[in-house]
Design a protein around this ligand. Sequence first.
Ligand code: SAH
Length: 373
Amino acid sequence: MPSAYDATPDDVATLLDGEPAYRVRQVWDGLYRRGLRPAEMTELPAPLRRHLDDLLPAALTEVARRTSDGGTTTKWLWELDGGGRVESVLMRYGGRVTLCVSSQAGCAMACSFCATGQAGFDRNLTAGEIVEQVVVARRAALPDRLSNVVFMGMGEPLANFDRVWAAVGTIHDALGLSARHLTISTVGVVPGILRLATEALPVTLAVSLHAGNDALRDRLVPLNRRYPLARLIDACHRYVEASGRRMSFEWALIDGVNDRPSDAAELAALARPLRAHVNLIPLNSTPGYPVRGTPPARVRDFARLVGDLGVRATVRVTRGADIDAACGQLAASVVQTGEAPSGEGQTGGAGPARRGEVGAPVRSRPRVGASTR
Ligand code: SAH
């Protein structure tokens, strides 16, 4: 199994065959409630700790960890089994502690402006690899309580539906986050949205819209050619009706591309009937798409226009720009600069550095990501 968090309670019981029955609860509690590696579970006999540490592995090896924004933003770059790399970003603000997780190594959606899309697809993460990101960050956030998880890191969550949904179940059931505090962000995988509408947990849906007409959206988000706006918006209506939840649209503001008054009008016309909230994000520049983000004054104008058209819009604060925290950027910058697996790092906090080396100090520099919410 790639991660200890891919093990079911039955798997753990099997590993503990011959031990007293209460050990299963002890190990499960250690993994989920306390976020421990088996080697740290000092209530277990030492030989059992060592045995379990091999059989319930850590899937994520920390390559880099960076902190910015006065310590309120932390970004990890992880290496997976097989060498793929993913990121997670922890953000604390306004009483909320939000983790942005990756669901795939790379991404096949090829959005023109996205660093992850420019790098291409590597592989799906397992449910355990997703949950492990949450467990590690939750421990690092202490004494604050992790309150929100957003699937806005690397990858398209609805292109890895089964594993993402299994991870959502675990984050809800075993880690105790409520459905409304879990957000799945999609570029517009219509069958995935329709399937979400049939599931019992009413998570928050975010759709990365970025354009309100098919000609422009085809260019920014190639998946639009397969699932054009009419079908996407219809699926959004179905999700909102089925879940009873408000949804949101993401809109990366790109200078001279999707920040004109006509774009604001198109956006408002789609968002208003859905009563959707709009998150405006000034574009982070990426090497493969050298257009600028909309300058701050025009971002405010755009937000005002959308607001005047009856839609609630907020400008997302960009966080972690100095640590490449935007989607795919840490991975890209570590590759480009050939940075060694060290840096100005931090050591404390969470998690397994490397399989078997629990708590080893690891260093890095972060970037943040995708998200800034
Ligand atoms: N694939 C999913 C989730 C990952 S991307 C999705 O597309 O929603 C998370 C968000 O970051 C998306 O809204 C995406 O469009 C946005 N994003 C990607 N690259 C960006 C960039 N360079 N600047 C600003 N936002 C970006």
